[in-house]
Design a protein around this ligand. Structure first.
Ligand SMILES: Cc1cc2nc3c(=O)[nH]c(=O)nc-3n(C[C@H](O)[C@H](O)[C@H](O)COP(=O)(O)O)c2cc1C
Length: 188
């Protein structure tokens, strides 16, 4: 049975390079991974005051959908050397109520994306720091800092570079192995 991978993209922009990269990785990944995009644009900002027994419906939906997945792919741009607020908000929402985090124990992989040369290294590593606290075993290698993202795709939206395609294939295969190692077919 395929392993379900939730995909969170930290950009709400229509033409987001990060979203395109996430889609390309999903397309090139082994067939035993079934990717499921989780939209985060309608999540109210996290506020502990309203995190009661009847929290906002979009929070509940996110938590349930994360719980139903075997693993999580985080695709993040970099805003001011960290993750965009929308992604941090989704992470905060999923992490509560205290002791009932939807993220706990789910294997994760991170791809960070930027048009510039540094490949959103700062965002990637801020996110890694969060995953330690969230108890999400994070894929270490290959690290995936995608730079020059504005030149990766042709006019039809297809990957223009074979080298990048091969890197994405390698990343998807490593993530599939990582999921089997860290979340063996258990719990399902
Ligand atoms: C508020 C803001 C802060 C940004 N900070 C950074 C940054 O720290 N490093 C970087 O490489 N690019 C930065 N950028 C540029 C983004 O990398 C660029 O807008 C990118 O296209 C965003 O990803 P997306 O295409 O998936 O929306 C920033 C953009 C915005 C809007």
């Amino acid at each position: 049975m395929a392993r379900k991978v939730a995909v969170l993209v930290g950009s709400l922009r229509k033409g987001s390079f990060t979203r395109k990269v996430a889609a390309a990785i999903a397309e090139l990944a082994p067939k035993e991974l079934a990717f499921e995009p989780l939209e985060i644009d309608d999540l109210p900002l996290y506020n502990q005051d309203v995190d009661t027994t009847t929290p906002p419906e979009p929070w509940q939906r996110l938590r349930e959908r994360v719980r139903a997945c075997d693993a999580v792919l985080f695709a993040t741009p970099e805003y001011n050397r960290s993750v965009p607020g929308v992604l941090k908000n989704a992470i905060d929402v999923g992490s509560r109520p205290y002791g009932k985090s939807a993220w706990a124990g789910k294997p994760a992989a991170i791809v960070s994306v930027a048009p510039g040369h540094v490949g959103a290294f700062g965002a990637n590593h801020h996110l890694r720091q969060m995953l330690v606290f969230l108890d999400m075993p994070a894929l270490q290698q290959p690290e995936m800092y995608v730079s020059g993202a504005d030149k990766l795709f042709d006019a039809a939206g297809k990957l223009a570079s074979d080298t990048t395609r091969q890197l994405f294939v390698k990343f998807g295969a490593a993530f599939a192995r990582w999921i089997e190692r860290t979340a063996p077919a258990r719990e399902r």
